[in-house]
Design a protein around this ligand. Sequence first.
Ligand code: ADP
Length: 210
Amino acid sequence: MVTVGLTGGIGSGKSTVTRMFKDEGVHVIDFDCLARVVVEPDKPAWRDIVDYFGPGVLSSDRTLNRSVLAEIVFSDDKSRKALECFTHPRIFEERDALIRAIKRKDPHSIVLMDFPLLFELGLRKMFDKVILVHVARAVQIERAVERGGLAREEVGKRLDAQIPIEEKRSLSDYIIDNEGSLDDTRDQVRKVIHELRELAKEREGGSNCC
Ligand code: ADP
């Protein structure tokens, strides 16, 4: 099995590229989905968050009010770290359980996880390979604003809290340039999958020898 982390800044095209990997038959673990599951009302992470931030971060149905929480943590490092301490260990437990289940069914698979803040959180070692979805900062801002939901200043603020995308290039094993057409991007995705499958095969061979 080969585990792969996919990352990139906000608006770089992570969700778009992740969908392409899924369409090509790669197992995908959705970080955002796990992040939502672990904070459902009354789960341990939810309780820790409400204890720490107070009931002001809850909506009327007792679910977390994500925009209130996002506003707090994006403007305060200590709060962001606290939130991560509450959620990440639980997310990793869920991830490990999913990986075990996939491995049982398909021991030579590629498992990809979309992880927006992979480098910022020092998680490089959790993956065999890392893919960066790359577009220039100006394109990131344009696309994130066009997609809707966030004002330009808010996108800029979130980008400033992330490691610059150019720096992430040097930390990654594969770069997918997502500035061109979706067809261009899909071609690159197929090439990367081909290389990852070769790697999975090599590993299979290696384990037979030993
Ligand atoms: P992220 O998940 O990194 O925040 P998304 O995949 O949601 O980014 O992409 C941000 C926006 O840019 C979306 O509206 C998406 O449809 C659009 N987009 C992504 N890739 C391309 C591309 N190659 N060409 C044009 N628009 C794109």
